[in-house]
Design a protein around this ligand. Structure first.
Ligand SMILES: [Zn+2]
Length: 256
């Protein structure tokens, strides 16, 4: 709750709760957060635990993945949030198509549990940063095409590091949104994304860096978003969270 007030105090309009090490939220606390978010006009989302893998073939890991993503969606909806972001998984020994079908099956099981509990929350499939991970741009778009309750979440640093999309210039960013819009009409009215700079190798991501590292650059992104009226959320994931979020927001306001 303090975090919600603090976000508003800083002038930030969105807050992503980090359940990355597990969901410990209780319903009563969640309802308080929802009320505070509404009062302060802050949009809530969350990041589900890191230790999930929708492509896994191990029974106990499938159960764990379902439980973690379900709990994250449930806690998010208590808090008045509309989307919980998750890392889709790893190919391990599976081919790309097998990994896709495995993930689809697990996501359908999560959705079934959510429906039974009357939980409305989008499952945000984040574009991953490593070549060994399932969740490239094309895969998260296809997840949405086949499962409407999955919403692609763009991690611009990951797109660059994995080689899924060059995020270097205003034109690159415009093409990126254009490509998605063709397959998901309306995506640019309600996109969800993560931003930070990144250090990477030929295998993909290594570390997140402050946005001042400029890989990928944030200035052409915010300019392109503002000038094209693309609406949604950019959650700053740099090691200097609020500081960098404000820098990005101020840059955005120059054009908005
Ligand atoms: Zn993430």
């Amino acid at each position: 709750m303090e975090a919600v007030q603090c976000s508003r105090g800083l002038g930030l309009g969105a807050f992503e709760m980090e359940f990355v090490r597990g969901v410990k939220m209780k319903e009563a606390k969640g309802r308080e957060i929802a009320a505070s978010a509404e009062r302060n006009d802050v949009l809530i989302s969350s990041h589900a635990p890191y230790y999930v893998n929708c492509c896994t073939q191990e029974k106990s890991k499938i159960t764990g993945t379902i439980r973690h993503i379900f709990s994250s969606a449930q806690a998010t909806s208590w808090c008045g949030g509309t989307i919980t972001v998750f890392h889709p998984g790893y190919y391990q020994k599976l081919g790309k198509e097998e990994a896709f079908q495995a993930a689809k099956k697990v996501l359908l099981m999560i959705k079934e549990r959510m429906d039974a509990a009357k939980i409305k929350c989008m499952l945000g499939a984040e574009t991953v940063g490593k070549k060994s991970a399932f969740g490239g741009l094309d895969e998260v778009i296809r997840l949405h095409e086949e499962l409407g309750f999955v919403w692609p979440v763009l991690d611009f640093a990951h797109l660059l590091a994995r080689g899924d999309f060059p995020c270097k210039s205003e034109e690159d960013y415009r093409r990126l949104f254009g490509t998605i819009e063709k397959r998901i009409p309306g995506y640019g009215k309600n996109f969800h994304s993560h931003f930070s700079s990144i250090e990477y190798t030929e295998k993909g991501e290594r570390n997140h860096l402050p946005i001042s590292a400029n890989v990928p650059p944030y200035k052409p992104l915010v300019k392109m978003l503002a000038e094209n009226g693309i609406a949604g959320r950019v959650v700053c994931e740099s090691p200097r969270l609020e500081y960098d979020a404000l820098i990005m927001q101020n840059e955005y306001l120059k054009y908005a």
